[in-house]
Design a protein around this ligand. Structure first.
Ligand code: AMP
Ligand code: MG
Length: 419
């Protein structure tokens, strides 16, 4: 135990490392069409089968000339054209130029392209005197300038982004090798939870966690299997766990992992698997369960994550603890948590030493270019509006107490899949 560890509470990094140690990445692969590949993880390197651009081409609309001709005369006639997709293929007489458009192939022998804004048409001749002196290879994009044939373009383990899709298209590759997406079955637990649209009776609330979990899973590149709301009933819960395990690599639940009378999750999981119920040194999000649902004759082994029921805690524990696990399972070897960056507090932050707080904050840049951060207000783990209006987490170290205005704190900007 380190100097700052609180007895009975597991530090966040310890929890993440323990989970990661027990995970074997998915090894099944397939190929997907490029237009469906976004969010998949590459199961093999993508190397370029060609040079990009595949030929020397013009960066401007203008005129292709030979520098040696310009030394003799700054005026010359146009003898032909090279347009995109229609190269000039005739003989090119000395002392003449070729009209050329952006992206068109550079005629053999051309070593300078002069943009049309620097050329004057005078009768049958083009006058280039305004463009002098010229630089060798000006306005010419050489073959392989962007990517050379055989170069590693995207490595195995990389999760495909919006920006990668046109890159792969540039290489002419229609199908890409990817890992199967993790299948994740999830359900909410609680007698009080009602579906949206239902009329609430006394003591009931709407089930919001399932909506948050589903959208986060999908944005993280998982196949989300929604098993609904399961009441606090031992036999129904056990059935739900078994049904989830039959279909998924990972089972995620929310609620029922603390120590309430109706929290049956622990009892059931003692029967179905090997699960640790942890108290994590983070706030919100202390109760968290992790383990395995063991293989039987009918079912394969599955990972299990039990999120706390309070909506802010459920989303935060998913974000901080479950995402690294899913990244490793998905074969996404490049994944990293967002970095912590320093910011000046514009408001006080209430904090007691003992756990790492992930308070919800709003950052902005002041006139001096410094990052400042304010609290979103109510930091209760049941108050979800604080999550919605925030644009960052304010990460307050485990040992830290109250923060006053002007102190430096660390903030973590939300990852793109939180938008
Ligand atoms: P539990 O962990 O089951 O004791 O739940 C803790 C708190 O979170 C209680 O106030 C629950 O009503 C609430 N809660 C649990 N599950 C959900 C859910 N799916 N959506 C919204 N609130 C929930
Ligand atoms: Mg409950």
């Amino acid at each position: 135990m380190g100097c700052c560890d609180t007895p009975g509470l597991m530090p966040i990094d310890t929890a993440i490392n323990k989970m990661l140690e027990s995970i074997t990445p998915i090894s099944q692969t397939r190929t997907v069409a490029l237009d469906e590949a976004i969010g998949h993880v590459l199961s093999a390197d993508i190397c370029s089968p060609m040079n990009v651009p595949p030929f020397d081409n013009s960066a401007m609309d203008g005129y292709a000339v030979r520098a040696c001709d310009l030394e003799k005369s700054s005026q010359m006639p146009v003898v032909g054209k090279s347009f995109a997709g229609q190269p000039y293929d005739g003989e090119w007489p000395q002392g003449s130029c070729i009209r050329i458009m952006t992206g068109a192939q550079i005629p053999t022998g051309c070593d300078v392209v002069i943009m049309q804004e620097q050329a004057q048409v005078s009768g049958d001749m083009i006058d280039f005197s305004q463009a002098l002196p010229v630089k060798a290879k000006q306005n010419i994009r050489p073959i392989g300038d962007d990517i050379t044939q055989g170069a590693l373009v995207l490595p195995k383990g990389h999760r495909l982004t919006t920006r990668d899709i046109p890159l792969i298209a540039t290489l002419g590759i229609p199908m890409v090798p990817v890992y199967h997406k993790p299948k994740v079955a999830f359900f909410s637990t609680g007698d009080e939870l009602k579906p949206l649209g239902a009329e609430l009776k006394a003591g009931e609330i709407y089930d919001s966690n399932r909506y948050g979990i589903k959208v986060m899973l999908e944005k993280f590149g998982c196949e989300a299997i929604d098993l609904g709301v399961i009441p606090d009933d031992k036999s129904l819960l056990k059935q739900a766990f078994q049904q989830a395990q039959e279909q998924a690599d990972v089972v995620i639940t929310s609620g029922g992992v603390s120590v309430g009378e109706a929290d049956y999750t622990k009892e059931i999981l003692d029967e179905l698997g090997e699960i640790g119920f942890w108290k994590i040194a983070m706030k919100p999000g202390k109760p968290f369960a992790f383990g395995h649902l063991l293989a039987t004759n009918e079912r394969q082994q599955a990972l299990f994550c039990g999120l706390p029921g309070n909506p802010v805690s459920a989303m935060l524990t998913f974000y901080i603890l479950v995402q690294p696990l899913l990244a490793k399972l998905a074969g996404n070897s490049e994944w990293k948590a967002q970095p912590n960056i320093p910011a000046i507090s514009k408001t006080p932050f209430k904090k007691a030493p003992g756990r790492t707080d992930y308070q919800r904050g709003i950052y902005s840049i002041n006139e001096q270019g410094q990052i400042e951060v304010s609290t979103t207000g109510n930091q209760s783990s049941g108050a979800f509006r604080s999550m919605s209006i925030a644009n960052c987490f304010v990460v307050l170290e485990q040992e830290r107490g109250r923060v006053d205005v002007g102190e430096t704190v660390k903030i973590q900007l939300f990852s793109p899949n939180f938008y």
